[in-house]
Design a binder for this molecule. Structure first.
Ligand code: SF4
Length: 290
């Protein structure tokens, strides 16, 4: 497989074949994100992609494929359909194809186009929301506001996609910690995704956010402030049926809960850790990672 640069994938795609169809991220402006800063965005040529699919079809029995890099949904519709057909033809055992997306790339597709992609085998979308607070979204240059992100999330769900969204504890800083948590609960409730992954912000050197941190224009809530955000997000959100996780390596307190079924149980745990200021149950700082 011809991979260019660092390849990342959601934790739940650990056993998927990683097929790089774009290089980098079409947005690439989020102030906290170091992932693709060294990669000018481009869509790989069809010939490059077919070469990789051919190679994978010879050695891989993977039943899942994840389209990398940051935002494969930005690929023009006809080309994306061709890629999906190529996977289906040459790797008939594949049962699920997933990709990252952002609000802009989802909304660039009409509802009918999204349905067509779904019909052709693209079945899961990972959408980075980060926050539901408009001031935070603007400050981090997410490229979308509350309404736009809700429209995108709903459009994906209506088209039939399994939707997994990511939110970021701490991204509002101390200044906007509570509005960030409450508005994030609101946006999650409005979208009602199938999966939520809450990650905890780690400020990475050489990002614009790190510069803000150095200049004193941004500060991170402490560990228990971050857990309070998690508590507020869970307490104030309302889901039909959602698997909510905060077990990424960046998180202090690993959480996995079916919501709403396990809401009270998980809130009880978070509240007890906060009340007792019990650091023994938390992931040690040195064990945290992106
Ligand atoms: S959209 Fe995602 S990958 Fe692109 S810059 Fe923002 S966080 Fe990074």
């Amino acid at each position: 497989m011809n991979y260019e640069g660092l390849i990342i994938r959601p934790p739940s795609e650990a056993y998927s074949l990683l097929l790089q169809v774009t290089v980098g991220c079409s947005h690439n402006r989020c102030t906290f994100c170091p992932t693709y800063k060294d990669k000018p965005f481009r869509i790989k040529s069809f010939a490059e992609i077919v070469t990789d699919i051919d190679e994978a079809s010879r050695y891989s029995r993977a039943q899942r494929v994840f389209l990398c890099d940051g935002d494969a949904l930005i690929i023009p519709q006809e080309r994306l359909i061709e890629i999906l057909l190529e996977i289906k033809t040459k790797m008939p055992q594949v049962e699920r194809i997933a990709t990252y997306a952002n609000a802009k790339s989802i909304l660039k597709k009409t509802p009918e186009q999204l349905q067509d992609l779904h019909r052709h085998g693209l079945s899961m979308i990972y959408l980075g929301i980060e926050s539901g607070n408009n001031e935070v979204l603007q400050a981090i240059q997410k490229g979308g506001d509350f309404d736009k992100i809700v429209s995108a999330g709903k459009r994906a769900k209506v088209a039939g996609f399994t939707l997994s969204v990511a939110v970021l504890l701490g991204i509002g800083g101390n200044e906007r910690s509570i509005p960030h948590a409450l508005d994030t609960a609101k946006i999650l409730s409005a979208i009602d995704p199938d999966f939520v992954g809450a990650l905890t912000l780690m400020v990475v050197p050489e990002t614009p956010l790190h510069e803000e941190l150095l200049q004193g224009r941004f500060s991170l809530p402490n560990t228990f402030g971050l857990l309070h955000e998690l508590e507020l997000m869970i307490a104030h959100s309302h889901f039909t049926s959602c698997f909510f996780t905060a077990n990424h390596a960046s998180n202090y307190l690993p959480i996995r809960a079916r919501l709403p079924h396990e809401k009270e149980k998980v809130l009880k745990l978070i509240r007890s850790v906060i009340a007792q200021r019990d650091k023994t149950v938390l992931r040690h700082e040195t064990m945290r990672a992106l």
